[in-house]
Design a protein around this ligand. Sequence first.
Ligand SMILES: [Mn+2]
Length: 321
Amino acid sequence: MIQNEREQFNSVQKAIAQASTISLYTHVNPDCDTLSCALALYHALNSLGKIVDVYCVDPVPETLRVLNGAHVVTLPEKKTHDLSIAVDCDGLDRIGNAMKSFLASKKQIAIDHHKTHRKFSDITILDTSVSSCAEILFRLIKHMDIMSKEIAELLFAGIVTDSGCFQFSSVSKQTHEVAGELMSYGFDSGKVIYDVFKKTSINKFMLENRVLSKCKFYSDNQIAIITFKQEDFDATSTSMNDTIGTIVSVIDIDSVKVAYAIAEASNKSYKIMIRSKNGIDASDIAREFGGGGHARAAGCRLNGYYEDIVDKLLKVARDRL
Ligand SMILES: [Mn+2]
């Protein structure tokens, strides 16, 4: 551990020691990393006798209700806590409309791993070199000497999902070492990987089949686009939540360097998911459209006619081939 981080962890530990009520915040549209981090902290702080609330402005996705403690996550309440902690949020806006409640506490801490982090708290623990926020939580909770089997299992889930099951370029020797040390707490790692990473539903399987069969290729098959239209959701009884992960099948095609998934959110409004490889930066593409993310996985929102959106996305990708 670097000296600077030890000092930062000490200041976090001190802030926690001085607080009796603590609120934890995940980002909007919560993923497994942000929820795992919040719930790991929830268990850790509970073990210290703290009164802890876990807040998210959106409901926990069905697939992540398996996480230990997921039932305690609620919408932000009108309460003032001694301390608030945001996990996996690269800016105040990522907390959603709960930002006022986050700022209302006497002290604020942010723990994050995004390159795009914009400081918004009294104490910031930022490490952009790690695959997941869970890796930072592992070091913090170990520093505080309150690791347990439940916490280890949650952090392992966060690492598995944010690293694409140890496949993204953000994965280092350290990621595997952390995962190995977490596994020594004795949970069923294969079950965690199945539950949070591999498990699918018949409806989602049907949606993937529809969308993948209509995949379009451009620029000598170096760019690929899949599209989730409202009619695809209707025909398979699925929703936006079921679009997660399908794009991986597309970026895995050997010739494809940039893969886009365009998902219809409402009339003329689309959620864009971007994956890249061969040195092309997905977050750089997303930023062209006001979005953000990581080097290999990023996203943004675009409004307008579908055909115009395709043209814009193709142009930006072609410029980077
Ligand atoms: Mn994350």
